[in-house]
Every structure is written in structure tokens, then in C-alpha cells.
Design a protein around this ligand. Structure first.
Ligand code: ISC
Length: 404
């Protein structure tokens, strides 16, 4: 008679357990698909010259399996620029839990309330001027669209602790794609953590199904609107505004072009309006069936790299828009407008667009926000839109967002 195989039972975690267990240095990611906390570094994933992150990840995952790592993943962040920074690892230990729900997350806004000095980069008037210059590029036909971003540099009177900020972000919007990634590079004077709560899914892949959910076209959400009349008016306005529909359509078109070459079926519904605690956005939830899921080009990270940068963060045509961004934005984007997520050895995974985010190092936090500029954009309205987008992070930081 054979004896039963003894297996150590897998511990079960709740989303709140993993959020509470997060410490800087770990990788945290939660979304409606579930919660993931990854600790330790089994291997650092570096692409070779001219190679892709997806190829480097596939090699690292194969080696990790050979080394006996059970169900390895590659997790981390990739910066905006093609030659920019990346921070990808095969973690030593991965814990998973269901998606966070309102009830199981403790937190408050302003968890880190303290005194801050705030320096806008550039000054708001200079951002408005940059939008005007971008509109000239659109008028002359160099580009159809560009996303112009700005940053706020915040300095606290003591070192910034990321865990309560992350908890605040998840508490404020459990349905967001919340993340915290160690992005410290050799030689950095202090550990750096990228964290945020992105509403924009770049791609999720489960088996042969992919979901891509671009957002573009926005209105600030009114917090104090007792009968919701003003918010309803803004939603209707956004749904029908020609400028916003055009801005959105540019993004969907580029994404569909990429997915068509990979999918045997593609469902592209009409845009709808979705809300975050601070914004309303036009959203299109695209679903596809992969024609060749075993092809390395169909892994979640390979598709994410093929889609990046979408015109939700860069523009059209991509390379000219990138040049316009380099010319008009005074600060390097770093990890902002890149991608954050994870992929496993089967190619399944989830990557989000790195927006509604900040980078913390020592006493400093840099918060980013951008807005899509197309023909018909109003420079003052774009400034107001970026101010509203800062609200996601500023609320968590306990910084008054007025007139930023
Ligand atoms: C670039 C950002 O947002 C993008 C995502 C949603 C709506 C957007 C917009 O309406 O401009 C942007 O494309 C950002 O939040 O920094």
C-alpha cells in the first residue's frame, strides 16, 4: 500500500496581510486580479545590449526553474525611455492573496501628514507655455498628439516612510493597480521606491486571453458634490466631447494595430467613462485571444514592450512625440510613464502604465502627472487636469493640492 504524499500546506493570506507585510525593498502589486508581495532577490534581470526585457526575463525564468525556484516570476518596473532605467528581479519568495476590498485595508489619507516644501517643475506658467508650444507642433503637422507631464518635488522634514503611503493609496481606491517597487540603482545616495495607484492596465494575460485597457480623455472629479449633479454633467461632457474622443481614439488605434498582429480575435467596445477618487476618464476595455500563446512574442512582458509607449503617455507619431517631450519637459521622466508589473514562466502576468505615481528617496518625493495634448486642447485646462491628477498622491501624502 502506498503511503499518502505529505505536502506542506500553502499558507493562505488576505490582501490586508500582504499590504501590512510590505517593507521597502519588497515588490508589492495589487489590482482587481489579486495581490502579490515578492521579497528577496533570487536573480537580477538585465537585458543585453539591444535585447528586450522580455527575452531577458524568459532566460531568467528558465534558469530559476532549473535552480529549483518553484513558480518563479519576474517583477519590477521599466522606465519611460527605451534607454532608460529598469529594475526587474526574480524574487526569492512570492506570496499571493485575493484582491483588496474596502473592508480589509486599514489606512487614512494623509498618513504621513507633516510639513512639506513643494517645488513645481516647471512652474505652472511654464507648463502652460510648453502646452502652447506643443499645440504649434500639432498645427504644423509634426505630431497628432503628445502627452506633456510635469512634476512636484516635495521635501519632508524627516525621511519618508512608504508603507503608510501605499496603505493610504490602496485604502482610497482598492480597485486601483497599486504598486511599490524598489528602484535603487548602484551609487544612489539613498534607497529609492517607486509607488503609486495607476488606473490604467497596460496588459494582463491569462492563458490565451489578453486584456488591454487604455485611458485617455479626462475630467477632474468633484469631491464635494452632494447630489452628484456636477459630476454627472462632467461625465456627459467627457462622453461627448469631440476633442477627448479624438484623444482617446488615437490611443485605441495604436493599441489595436499592435494586438491585431498577435490575436486571432479582438473585441474593441465603444469607450465608456470610468472614475477614480480624483478623475473621470474615457476607457476602452479591449479583449483579445492570442493566436500563438506559446510564442515568446506573446508573453505578457513582450506584449507590454510592444505596446509601450502608448499614446496615453507619449504621442503620435511615437518618435517625434518623444523628441517633443524631451525638448519641452524640464525633468527626466525616469520611471514615470513606463510600466510596472510581473510575468511568470508561462507568459501570464499583468503590467500597468506607471501613472498616478511618485518616487521617494530619503526626505524627497517627486510626484508626476501628465495630460494628452491634441488639436483643440486648452493650455489652462491641461494645467488644471494635471493638478487634479496630482491629487491621488497628494491626498495620500497629506499635502493640500490647492493651486498646484
Ligand atoms: C498621463 C497621465 O494620464 C493618462 C491616462 C489617463 C488620461 C490621460 C489624459 O486624459 O490625458 C492620460 O493619457 C497621467 O496621469 O500622468
Amino acid at each position: 500500500m502506498s503511503s499518502p504524499v505529505l505536502a506542506r500546506p500553502r499558507p493562505e493570506y488576505g490582501a490586508g496581510d500582504l499590504l501590512t507585510a510590505y517593507l521597502p525593498g519588497s515588490f508589492y502589486y495589487s489590482s482587481p486580479g489579486g495581490t502579490l508581495l515578492a521579497d528577496g532577490v533570487h536573480a537580477i534581470v538585465r537585458r543585453g545590449a539591444g535585447g528586450s526585457h522580455a527575452d531577458a526575463a524568459a532566460r531568467a525564468l528558465a534558469q530559476a526553474r532549473e535552480a529549483g525556484v518553484a513558480e518563479p516570476i519576474v517583477a519590477g518596473a521599466i522606465g519611460f525611455r527605451p534607454d532608460g532605467e529598469s529594475s526587474l528581479v526574480v524574487p526569492s519568495v512570492v506570496r499571493r492573496a485575493p484582491a483588496p476590498e474596502a473592508g480589509d485595508v486599514q489606512g487614512t489619507h494623509g498618513a504621513a501628514a507633516r510639513s512639506w516644501t513643494v517645488t513645481p517643475r516647471p512652474e505652472p506658467a511654464d507648463y502652460v507655455e510648453a502646452v502652447r508650444k506643443a499645440l504649434l507642433h500639432i498645427e504644423t503637422g509634426d505630431i497628432d498628439k503628445v502627452v506633456l507631464a510635469r512634476a512636484l518635488d516635495l521635501t519632508a522634514d524627516e525621511p519618508v516612510s512608504v508603507p503608510p503611503l501605499l496603505a493610504s493609496l490602496v485604502w482610497a481606491n482598492p480597485a486601483a493597480h497599486a504598486f511599490a517597487v524598489d528602484v535603487t540603482a548602484p551609487g544612489d545616495p539613498a534607497a529609492r521606491t517607486l509607488f503609486g495607484a495607476s488606473p490604467e492596465l497596460l496588459i494582463s494575460r491569462t492563458g490565451n486571453t489578453v486584456v488591454v485597457n487604455p485611458l485617455a480623455g479626462s475630467r477632474p472629479r468633484v469631491a464635494d458634490d452632494p447630489d452628484d449633479a456636477e459630476n454627472r454633467r462632467r461625465i456627459d461632457d467627457l462622453r461627448t466631447a469631440e476633442k477627448d474622443r479624438a484623444e482617446h481614439e488615437i490611443v485605441v488605434r495604436q493599441i489595436v494595430d499592435v494586438l491585431r498582429s498577435l490575436c486571432s480575435e479582438l473585441d474593441v467596445p465603444d469607450p465608456e467613462v470610468i472614475g477614480t477618487p480624483t478623475m473621470w476618464h474615457l476607457s476602452t476595455r479591449i479583449t483579445g485571444t492570442l493566436a500563438a500563446p506559446d510564442d515568446p512574442a506573446s508573453s505578457s512582458l513582450a506584449i507590454a514592450e510592444a505596446l509601450h509607449p502608448t499614446p496615453a503617455v507619449c504621442g503620435v507619431p511615437t518618435s517625434t512625440a518623444r523628441d517633443v517631450i524631451a525638448d519641452l519637459e524640464p525633468t527626466d521622466r525616469g520611471y514615470y510613464a513606463g510600466l510596472v508589473g510581473w510575468t511568470d514562466a508561462d507568459g501570464d502576468g499583468e503590467w500597468v502604465v506607471t501613472i498616478r505615481c511618485a518616487e521617494a528617496a530619503g526626505q524627497a518625493v517627486r510626484v508626476y502627472a501628465g495630460a494628452g495634448i491634441v488639436a483643440g486642447s486648452d493650455p489652462d485646462a491641461e494645467l488644471a487636469e494635471t493638478s487634479a491628477k496630482f491629487g491621488t498622491l497628494l491626498a495620500a501624502l497629506g499635502v493640500d493640492g490647492g493651486a498646484r
